[in-house]
Design a protein around this ligand. Structure first.
Ligand SMILES: Nc1ncnc2c1ncn2[C@@H]1O[C@H](COP(=O)(O)OP(=O)(O)O)[C@@H](O)[C@H]1O
Ligand SMILES: [Mg+2]
Length: 342
């Protein structure tokens, strides 16, 4: 089998991040490891506050000002993300990564037509407008080619009448249409990795289903490699090949989706699968297990899940479980498995 380092688009290894909160450093991510190979979709799932967005921001080199990386590494297409200058990061992001967030309105400029703002990527990545043979085109040809690419990508995300929509302003579009525009804008750069962070959470259920089937189709048609962040196991089941379950800043179990759904090992992953998500949010995601995710400013010692865990025993209250390999690309961080597959 090929080693991940040869084939991975994204490799996060033992990433630990602290946040400055109330004058002290608080651990927000603890030894997070993830890998995504070309063409794969990895679902990163967990309750609100478990560290999913921070992980995505770290990958994109966009951590908030009060964050510091205290350990680990991140490689995008083999290139280190950590320790780079802002200019180098911009270059790496431009070539390798697109990140899409929950609320499309925030990321669209209300003063520019849809077509004009998609076309802004050509200023950052002028090579997208080069002729088929790679040569330089004249101004008019570049404008025409740019317009053609914009319309093509609006069509790719199933916007009907793309020529008309390209001339419209964001406020003229529904939330679902705006999210499609954002996806078109992300794809036009042909990123090696697309990070989608709760991108359907703000949409109503019908539109959510449409965007999810669009993502599934794009995975098949353009071979999109995806880090799909969600609190919804149903979305993971529908779209992802692999899944990493996060709890309070740690990946507690990672495996292929089929294995996790057939036989989750970590008690938290099991509970997530038994939970019935509420339509309007994720706060009571875990009906099976009462309580909530601990505040990162005051986490319990040992395994952060132990106060809620139905199977907690001796070591759980004082020792942090390390990830154990159970099989090919299947890991679990739980004392129940510290002697291997139980
Ligand atoms: N800039 C920040 N300052 C202080 N706390 C933060 C900051 N960003 C995130 N957090 C906290 O870090 C934890 C993880 O946040 P986040 O990654 O956004 O969770 P998720 O995306 O899984 O809901 C949460 O407790 C959140 O409140
Ligand atoms: Mg989030």
């Amino acid at each position: 089998m090929a080693r991940d380092s040869e084939t991975a688009v994204l490799e996060v290894e033992n990433l630990s991040v602290e946040l400055g909160i109330g004058g002290r450093w608080v651990r927000a991510l603890n030894n997070v490891s993830l890998s995504i190979r070309a063409g794969e979709a990895l679902g990163l799932v967990g309750e609100s506050g478990s560290g999913k967005s921070l992980t995505a921001l770290a990958v994109a080199g966009l951590l908030p000002d009060n964050a510091r990386v205290v350990g680990g590494s991140i490689r995008l297409k083999g290139e280190a993300v950590l320790g780079r200058s802002e200019a180098e990061l911009n270059r790496l992001r431009g070539r390798a990564l697109a990140i899409i967030f929950q609320n499309p309105t925030t990321y669209l400029n209300p003063l520019l037509t849809v077509g004009a703002q998609i076309a802004e990527v050509f200023e950052v990545s002028p090579e997208l407008l080069a002729s088929e043979g790679g040569g330089r085109l004249g101004k008019r040809e570049r404008r025409e080619r740019g317009w053609r690419l914009v319309v093509e990508h609006l069509r790719l995300v199933h916007i009907a009448d793309p020529e008309r929509v390209a001339r419209q302003y964001p406020f003229e579009l529904s939330g679902g249409m705006q999210q499609r525009v954002i996806i078109a804008m992300a794809l036009i750069r042909r990123p090696s990795l697309v990070i989608a962070d709760e991108i359907t959470t703000a949409l109503d259920v019908t539109v959510q289903a449409q965007i999810l089937s669009l993502l599934a189709e794009l995975r098949a048609s353009i071979g999109m490699t995806l880090l799909l962040i969600t609190h919804d196991m149903g979305i993971v089941a529908q779209l992802a090949d692999r899944v990493a379950v996060m709890y309070s800043g740690s990946v507690v179990e990672a495996s292929d989706v089929a294995s996790l759904f057939a036989e989750a090992r970590h008690p938290y992953a099991r509970a997530l699968l038994e939970a019935v998500p509420k339509i309007d949010g994720n706060e009571t995601l875990l009906r099976a297990i009462p309580g909530g995710i601990p505040a990162i400013t005051n986490p319990p010692p040992g395994c952060r899940f132990h106060p809620r865990c139905p199977r907690a025993f001796g070591p759980c209250a004082h020792s942090v479980p390390a990830a154990v390999a159970l099989g090919d690309r299947h890991t679990v961080a739980c004392h129940l498995y510290r002697d291997g597959p139980a």
